[in-house]
Design a protein around this ligand. Structure first.
Ligand SMILES: Nc1ncnc2c1ncn2[C@@H]1O[C@H](COP(=O)(O)OP(=O)(O)OP(=O)(O)O)[C@@H](O)[C@H]1O
Ligand SMILES: [Mg+2]
Length: 264
């Protein structure tokens, strides 16, 4: 399978394509075009050489798994929230998807496990936190046996450990799928085979993480802005300049494990 945009971009099974850009630049719109949820009014989006408009929408939907930016909270059981009408492979595949998404930690703590109703307003139901719901939404997408996986800001509500798990496991997830990843956290797109930078609905840069962080352009500008928030290091530098660091273990000493001699 491959998907093409204006003869410029394609993504194949086994690859990760990242879409980045500022708010409103068109990332979600482009990801919906790629997955056939929107049809282009101009230009072409093709799957294996055929325009997405030529396919039966149901056939496209069957081959697409999406973690939408505004994912749904279904008032169903944890199992149904993950399988969503496609219970292929039984609980084994549910557990596998949940584990890859970090949702197994959520399910393991539910009083009836996968049978727990995820809706507090119902008897016996529970309400999950935002990040817990997001893990379930990711598990739902991982569970679908689809050739295209679109993840739109999939880790916006996740803690650092859960986010790390998703991105370190993404290469494995992409083994038999084409993955389109949308994220603002640019450190996360280092994993991508190719990054597409959007600005006002247009592709303005493409390249690998290494290429885009070294070449001048919007990506590098946004990357430097994100790294500019290394406040603790800057504060330490300022304190050092002001001579306020007396008696503190310096960064270098901390790194080497050296300790200051205590006064007698
Ligand atoms: N269905 C629609 N009809 C018309 N305009 C739309 C539609 N959906 C989105 N837009 C507009 O298209 C532009 C791009 O929106 P899009 O949601 O793709 O941005 P984005 O890059 O995903 O932004 P964010 O980082 O905030 O998620 C925005 O100006 C938005 O208002
Ligand atoms: Mg968006």
């Amino acid at each position: 399978m491959f998907t093409q945009v204006r003869n410029l971009q394609e993504v194949r099974r086994g690859e990760v394509l990242a879409l980045v850009g500022e708010n409103g630049s068109g990332k979600t719109t482009l990801s919906k075009l790629l997955s056939g949820l929107y049809l282009p009014s101009r230009g072409r989006v093709t799957w294996d050489g055929r325009d997405t408009g030529e396919f039966d929408p149901h056939a496209l939907w069957q081959q697409t798994a999406v973690v939408p930016q505004d994912f749904a909270h279904w008032p169903l059981t944890a199992r149904e929230n993950i399988t969503l009408g496609q219970p292929h492979g039984g609980d084994r595949t549910v557990h596998q998807a949940a584990e890859r998404a970090g949702a197994h930690e959520v399910v393991d703590h539910l009083r009836s496990g996968l049978d727990t109703l995820l809706a507090r307003e119902w008897f016996g139901g529970v309400e999950l936190s935002g990040g817990q719901w997001q893990r379930i939404a990711i598990a739902r997408a991982f569970h679908r046996p689809a050739g295209l996986l679109v993840m739109d800001e999939p880790t916006s509500a996740l803690d650092a450990r859960a986010e790390h798990r998703i991105f370190t496991g993404l290469r494995e997830v992409a083994e038999d799928r084409a993955v389109v990843l949308v994220t603002h956290r640019l450190a996360n797109v280092a994993i991508a085979d190719r990054i597409v930078v959007l600005d006002h609905g247009r592709i303005i840069q493409t390249g690998t993480f290494e290429e885009l962080t070294t070449a001048p352009g919007l990506f590098r500008e946004l990357w430097l802005l994100q790294n500019d928030r290394a406040i603790p290091a800057q504060r330490a530098d300022k304190e050092k300049e002001a001579g306020k660091d007396a008696g503190k273990v310096t960064e270098k000493e901390a790194e080497t494990g050296a300790e200051k001699e205590q006064p007698a």
